[in-house]
Design a protein around this ligand. Structure first.
Ligand code: ADP
Length: 322
């Protein structure tokens, strides 16, 4: 392997820049040429790539977003699209590809590596932490901390006015952002897609709290929960009209911002090991960290981490909000 390329694809996440930096610097350290591909698979198909130097990644470890930009690419779902991608790689004499993205981007890399002789390495860049086989994904910790920051501020104003706040955080399939930010801010309730939401129980407990004059309450809802913020808001408005209830959807602020120390650290570590994988011939895996050790999961086995939030966590939530 002499020349590798790196791209960021799908939903962006804070820390992707730190990962790009690690891939570029590690590659150069080992005497490889490293190319940056703009806008994920879309840029690959358009041959939008350039040679990166050590200096290309100076002063980016602390920056959110991705200097390579990200995109979704319909064409790459098709064999013809991937053929085009392979031809661009071949033409530019690229013999290894590092894909930083979510499980969708990994599937793209898997299909490419199945059809053509191009080794691919995945790095999990997603705020949702919804990929099995790793304790961390790049961007999750930053997103959780951004949510914590916002929820703390909302609690101040909720407290001043004796209000109930429903706060919707990101997480279409996974409730980890909701769970972690909810626990860390002392939320009274946390609604996640991994668990059936008992709306009646929530209403009953709010009625009971109303009787006790405990009016300040924070409910953190993952966007992928069966209710979601807006539906829960409507239900509570209808059933408990006397409560001063507000809804706040945090939205895209959770994707931005300077990555936390932890995200910079894991992105650097994963990026370094991605290049090592290519050099050692450990192909077509994604680089995870499990129990503080590197865990190389074949792209073939990539799966959404689903329905498996430990009962222990839910017990903690229930106990601490009682
Ligand atoms: P994420 O990587 O964040 O999960 P997506 O699911 O949108 O985001 O995937 C990003 C891109 O990866 C898609 O736009 C597409 O180009 C490519 N991709 C996703 N799934 C596949 C697939 N099954 N086959 C080929 N390419 C795919």
């Amino acid at each position: 392997i002499k020349r590798i390329a790196v791209l960021t694809s799908g939903g962006d996440s804070p820390g992707m820049n730190a990962a790009i930096r690690a891939v570029v610097r590690t590659g150069i350290y080992y005497g490889l040429e490293v190319y940056g591909i703009m806008r994920g698979y879309q840029g690959l198909l358009e041959e939008d790539l350039f040679k990166m130097e050590s200096r290309s990644v100076a002063n980016i470890i602390q920056r959110g977003g991705t200097i390579l930009k990200s995109a979704r690419c319909k064409e790459f779902y098709t064999p013809e699209g991937r053929k085009k991608g392979y031809e661009v790689l071949k033409k530019n004499e690229i013999d290894g590809l590092v894909v930083i993205g979510g499980d969708g981007s990994f599937k793209g890399a898997l299909n490419l590596s199945k059809e053509y002789d191009i080794p691919c390495i995945g790095l999990a860049g997603t705020i949702d932490k919804d990929i099995a086989g790793t304790d961390f994904t790049i961007g999750f910790d930053t997103a959780v901390n951004t949510a914590i920051d916002a929820i703390d501020k909302i609690r101040d104003t909720a407290d001043a006015h004796d209000r109930l706040f429903i706060i919707e955080v990101m997480g279409r399939d996974a409730g980890y952002i909701a769970l972690h930010s909810g626990i860390a801010t002392g939320a009274e309730n946390i609604l996640i897609p991994e668990r059936k939401t008992d709306a009646e129980a929530i209403i009953t407990s709010l009625q009971e709290k109303e009787r006790r004059k405990k009016l300040v309450n924070i409910i953190v809802v993952a966007e992928g929960d069966e209710y979601g913020g807006i539906e829960l808001y409507r239900l509570i408005k209808e059933r408990l009209p006397n409560l001063d209830t507000r809804l706040c959807t945090l939205g895209h602020i959770q994707r931005g911002g300077s990555p936390t120390g932890l995200d910079r650290l894991i992105a650097s570590r994963m990026g370094y090991h991605a290049v090592e994988c290519l050099l050692e011939g450990r192909y077509n895996v994604f680089v995870g960290i499990l129990n503080n050790r590197m865990n190389y999961v074949p792209l073939e086995q990539v799966a959404k981490r689903k329905g498996r939030i430990a009962e222990e966590w839910m017990k903690v939530v229930e106990t601490l909000s009682a």
